[in-house]
Design a binder for this molecule. Structure first.
Ligand code: DGJ
Length: 701
């Protein structure tokens, strides 16, 4: 690290500048002594507006300042990110900045740290703000430390940080909400004043809300300045948008859930929060999405290429729990013929798993259906395709050898009855012996080096976490999540050839932390094509296409407008295409058609997975499209969808191309310039009346 102290060469005195790809985040010292304040977030060199720090007769200075991190007891009227009980009978704590912030630079990365201390020597907080010129996201976290020798500190709220957004008074907030099979539904809230709080108490990111919001001023348009804030965390969490009446800034803060979690710090202990992420775009919510995607691809994903996003065949919708090796091998034959690259056996392959009532925990092939182990089935798949398995390591059925041997390994709230959901309990990953056992399970499974794809599922909320008598029992969700991360990190480190698909009853555990440890996520159990398209539309506002698993299944339209076979494929092509249908029931003509569509996906996937995506319209509109432009401008791809009510021509503007470059249209060979394409390309709906893929390849360089 090229470490240095003090402000950067171009920093104004008393300010610290953290550059991003297109802007900068500038902090300074709070006049009140309460820590650091945000001075400017935007284009480099713009004069920041004067900081309003005057107190009134109902506010203290620390309540008015845009503090980077606010502590109850230091700030008194407005919301704080840290609520600490120092065991002294007082409310909160008074913290003061110690010394000056420090900025380290390494390549394109900048990291600012500052330390706040409590004068009686009990509590210290290290603030960390990091940027990188490779993307536009500002990353924050804090480290809270009990520096006493004799006190126990209880943190009833220990959020990761906050962003003071200059959009007030009030805010327009966009969020992604839903439930099982309706994840990522875009919703908006106008918040003239008050607090909007979303989160999860279930030990998982959850289906109800994605931990991400987009914030604009009230009444802003789609091209006006917008901010995104996201929490990179997969356990219980909370995010608050606080619009204080008449205040010019709206504060968005987030962290581990402050209702179901209390973090305890014994003398000398530290708590490192998850990361809070923020991004600003002058180009509206669409600009925010594109900046999230750039960050996720450059800073989180290990690759964006096909090596970790193969065309998957997944058995779940075809065979359910009825997994028999000869049957799977016959499916594999057809899958290979269609161009599938990885054959993944979902739930149902392990000991005792005839249904969802038994087997979880016993991670070896069921001896009655696989008398010779997995070997013969792997032989039937490999090396024509990669072989993969489904696992749900965190859960156990009462009817399993694991539970019979270790009934004490599951979460249970003291003497309260065990809570069973989907006939299963959750293993207490806060116990080191459980984590060690699961690591061993994974290593044993993956000792078969031909298993190169793992789908990691988690099918129930965690309830009744904690361990009676354990001083850290009230932070079970933190312990569980960290153990999950360590296990996922072990896979990535020691089994780099294994592609990991994260899943939780569909999209119940999708967030920026999971994206950093998995390759793709199973977006939703909803595979009815039009409903799926709507889910994917929401997903793509916060997460990139390169992580979005999407399978073509036999599911029908669920009462929505009917759609063609091709439509299903074009839906899946918007992400990482897979097939989950019963291929043995597909007649030869359908298989031939599917082979061509898989080949089409392979032709466009690099652009879809690495390009900039711009949606055109809404999935419920008569026409809807997704326009992908390759980063080097070499290819653009339009995925277009129509409803039976669609009338007239669909002309989709293709932006992001070199205006002077010339592009050949795949379907008719005509050549158009980037400038012409920006005014629109007519979608011929040649593939099917309701779906099309327009491919534009650059013909001159
Ligand atoms: C839920 C997942 O979302 C499905 O894809 C499937 O893997 C089932 N679990 C298996 O139990």
């Amino acid at each position: 690290m090229d470490a240095r102290n003090g402000p950067a060469a171009r920093d104004a005195p008393g300010s610290w500048r953290l550059p991003t790809a297109t802007g900068e985040y500038v902090v300074g010292v709070a006049a009140s002594g309460a820590g650091l304040v945000l001075l400017h977030w935007g284009a480099p060199g713009e004069a920041p507006p004067p900081l309003r720090t005057e107190s009134t007769n109902v506010l203290t200075p620390a309540d008015v300042e845009p503090l980077e991190y606010a502590v109850l007891g230091t700030r008194h009227v407005q919301r704080s990110e840290l609520v600490a009980d120092l065991g002294d009978g007082l409310v909160g704590a008074l913290l003061r900045l110690e010394g000056r912030p420090d900025v380290e630079r390494s390549g394109t990365a900048h990291m600012l740290t500052a330390r706040l201390v409590e004068p009686t020597g009990t509590l210290a907080v290290r603030l960390v703000v990091a940027t990188d010129q490779a993307h536009d996201v500002v990353r924050k976290h804090v480290v809270v430390e009990n520096v006493s020798t004799d006190r126990t500190i209880a943190l009833s709220r220990v959020f990761s940080g906050a962003f003071d957004l200059p959009v007030g008074p009030g805010a327009g907030v966009a969020l992604l909400a839903g439930g099982w099979a309706t994840e990522f539904t875009p919703m908006t809230a106008a918040l003239p004043a008050g607090e909007l709080s979303i989160g999860s108490r279930t030990g998982l990111t959850g289906h109800l809300y994605a931990p991400v919001v987009t914030v604009q001023r009230l009444g802003a348009g789609p091209d006006d300045e917008a901010f995104g804030v996201a929490l990179a965390w997969s356990g219980s969490w909370r995010l608050s948008v606080d619009a204080v009446p008449h205040r010019g800034a709206v504060r968005v803060s987030a962290g581990v859930d402050d209702e179901s979690t209390v973090v305890t710090l014994l003398p000398g202990e530290r708590f490192v929060t998850p990361e809070l992420l923020g991004v600003r775009s002058p180009h509206g919510p669409g600009g925010v999405s594109r900046r999230w995607h750039a960050f996720q691809r450059r800073a989180l994903s290990r690759t964006t290429g096909p090596e970790h996003r193969p065309v998957v065949y997944n058995s779940w919708y075809a065979t359910g729990f009825d997994v028999r090796p000869e049957h799977q091998a016959r499916l594999a034959d057809v899958a290979h013929d269609l161009g599938v690259e990885a054959f993944v056996v979902d739930d149902g392959w392990f000991a005792g798993r005839a249904g969802d009532h038994a087997g979880l925990g016993d991670w070896w092939p069921d001896p009655s259906t696989f008398p010779d182990g997995l070997g013969p089935l792997v032989d039937a798949v490999h090396p024509r395709m990669r072989f993969g398995l489904w696992v749900e390591p965190e859960c156990v059925n009462p009817d399993s050898d694991l539970f019979r041997a270790h009934p004490d390994w599951v979460y249970r709230a003291g003497d309260r009855p065990l809570v069973t959901i989907r006939n299963q309990y959750v293993l207490d990953l806060g116990r080191p012996e459980v984590e060690a056992y699961l690591e061993d399970v994974l290593r044993t499974l993956l000792a078969e080096r031909r298993i190169t794809f793992l789908k990691w599922d988690m099918n129930r909320p965690v309830t009744d976490g904690g361990r009676p008598g354990d001083p850290h029992g009230r932070q079970w969700s933190v312990q569980h999540t960290r153990a999950y991360y360590r296990l996922m990190a072990t896979l990535r480190r020691d089994f780099p050839h294994v592609t990991v698909e994260a899943c939780s009853s569909g999209g119940g555990r999708v967030d920026n932390a999971v994206l950093a440890l998995s390759d793709v996520v199973w977006t939703s159990d909803q595979t009815a094509p039009r409903a799926r398209l709507a889910i994917q539309h929401g997903f793509l506002t916060a997460y990139p296409a390169s992580t979005m698993s999407s399978w073509v299944t036999d599911h029908d339209d669920h009462g929505d407008d009917p759609c063609s076979f091709e439509f299903r494929f074009v839906v899946a092509m918007a992400g990482v295409l897979g097939i989950g249908a019963d291929l043995l029931r597909w007649h030869p003509a359908r298989r031939t058609r599917a082979r061509g569509l898989v080949a089409l996906h392979k032709r466009v996937r690099r652009t879809v997975h690495t390009g900039v995506v711009v949606p055109y319209g809404q999935p419920r509109d008569p026409y809807y499209a997704l326009v992908f432009a390759a980063p080097d401008g070499g290819q653009a791809v339009v995925l277009a969808y129509a409803r039976p009510s669609a009338r007239g021509q669909l002309r989709v503007p293709v932006t992001g191309l070199d205006p002077r470059a010339r592009y050949r249209l795949g379907h008719d060979g005509s050549v158009l310039s980037g400038r012409e394409l920006a005014t629109g390309v007519v979608v011929p709906f040649a593939l099917a009346p309701d779906a099309d893929v327009v491919v534009l390849d650059r013909v001159d360089r």
